[in-house]
Write a protein that binds this ligand. Structure first.
Ligand code: PHE
Length: 442
């Protein structure tokens, strides 16, 4: 008997993995970076990356985790003993987790603020102009941001303490599907808005000229971010899987669900944007300036606003927990810290780092490194560089180091599938990444 924790059931694992994937990346980040990068062409590259890079890396990460039963760093050492050079991927992952959670928690805090504003009845009573400016008000109030950032981090730590597979499971079962239903209701409502056809056109017709090199990196990086890849989160979750599972099927399912949520969120946001003459390239504030306007026009909009921000908050928490878990599993297993201590120490450090993101929207908004505020820097560094690098190393490890054994485990009874998948791991996925980067860099 191993002492390591395991998921209570297959369903529990699925919920947790879906919870990790679906989060602010789908609802906040996808619409905003799509807007900034001009729509269709960006979405196309993103979808291509999800299919040809995301799904294979997802399979690889889950496999590496399950096979090794270890954290994101040690997994590589166990499968390639004694101290595999490949573990650099895991170490980069721990660094990424650190940086990502520091701003993720601040954005989670913004969601809490909007939940609070909805509960106070502001969303249904303020005039349109005031609603558009709500986020600006929050930006100039660092203390409020810090308060909500504290609450978000506290909730994340609380859930990790309760045990990922106990507390979370019960709630996820109800709240995750509720989020999907609510998004769908919003979509049906937006269908009738005059901006809807424009939103469809914006998301799905390609104007490749708009896409820049950094746009490509962002699209590829987002495929990693949104599926929780490239930093060992799925290795860590896979390592709590005891029995054999059909990892390929699970990965397709997760990618499909995740993409669907992002596209629906995008359709909703851009319908509002085009109906009410707002700016699609508004940046990180996009969902916070558009959605309240929609809620204020809907009957029962006040209630829907509360429900919506509550569900987004929950989706964000099921993701933040998985980010923190990467660090906690590493510090506790590899460095022998007890789990509680590891959680408090890492979360504390990440919490403090988060202040830099808070101040990026006010006091330090003019302080730039390489032309970026701290927030933009952390976001770019992780999504556009660290995650793709981590994912690239992982897929090479899977294809070239684990090689035949891995595809035999994945497809025990079909040698054709084994060969095709090995070809995918070894050549197609790495090539897609290299070609995209090369093509747009020159
Ligand atoms: N996938 C999560 C989201 O879309 C974010 C995340 C990134 C979670 C990396 C874990 C690891 O919100």
């Amino acid at each position: 008997m191993s002492k390591r924790a395991h998921w209570g059931s297959r369903f529990a694992f699925l919920l947790a993995a879906a919870g990790s994937a679906v989060g602010l990346g789908n609802i906040w980040k996808f619409p905003y970076i799509t807007g900034v990068n001009g729509g269709g062409a960006f979405v196309l590259i993103y979808l291509l990356c999800v299919a040809l890079v995301g799904v294979p890396v997802l399979v690889a990460e889950l496999y590496i985790g399950q096979k090794s039963q270890k954290n994101a760093v040690e997994a590589f050492s166990v499968l390639d003993p004694p101290r595999s050079p490949w573990r650099i991927s895991g170490l980069l992952g721990v660094l990424s987790a650190f940086l990502i959670l520091s701003f993720y928690s601040v954005i989670g805090g913004w969601v809490i603020d909007f939940l609070f504003q909805s509960l106070m009845g502001k969303i249904s009573s303020l005039p349109e102009e005031a609603l558009k400016g709500l986020l600006g008000g929050l930006f100039s109030a660092p203390l409020w941001q810090i308060l909500w950032h504290t609450v978000f981090m506290g909730l994340t730590v609380g859930i990790v303490f309760m045990g990922v597979n106990e507390g979370l499971e019960r709630w996820s079962k109800i709240l995750m599907p509720s989020l999907f239903v609510l998004l769908f209701i919003l979509l049906v409502y937006c269908w009738k808005l005059e901006g809807f056809p424009k939103a469809v056109d914006f998301l799905f017709s390609t104007r490749a000229d708009k896409l820049t090199f950094s746009g490509i990196l962002e699209a590829m990086g987002h495929a990693f971010f949104t599926l929780s890849l490239g930093m060992g989160a799925m290795i860590t979750y896979g390592s709590y899987l005891g029995q054999r599972e059909n990892l390929v099927r699970i990965s397709f399912l997760l990618a499909l669900l995740d993409t669907l949520v992002a596209l629906v969120a995008g359709l909703v946001i851009f319908s509002i944007t085009f109906t009410f003459n707002m700016e699609p390239a508004a940046g990180p504030g996009l969902i916070f300036s558009t959605l309240p306007v929609l809620f204020s026009k809907m009957s029962a909009g006040g209630v829907l606003a509360v429900a919506f921000f509550l569900l987004v908050l929950f989706a964000a928490l099921t993701s933040s927990v998985s980010i923190l878990e990467v660090c906690v599993a590493y510090w506790s297993e590899t460095h022998g810290l007890n789990r509680k201590k590891a959680t408090i120490l890492t979360a504390g450090a990440i919490y403090l780092l988060g202040f830099l993101t808070v101040f990026s929207t006010n006091r330090l908004s003019n302080f730039k490194i390489l032309g970026l505020t701290f927030f933009d820097l952390f976001d770019k560094l992780t999504s556009s560089y660290l995650l793709p690098i981590g994912g690239f190393i992982t897929i090479l490890f899977m294809g070239w180091k684990l090689g035949h054994q891995s595809v035999k485990d994945l497809f025990p009874s079909s040698s054709l599938m084994q060969k095709a998948t090995l070809f995918l791991f070894r050549f197609i996925t790495p090539a897609v990444m290299v070609i995209l980067i090369y093509h747009f860099a020159t």
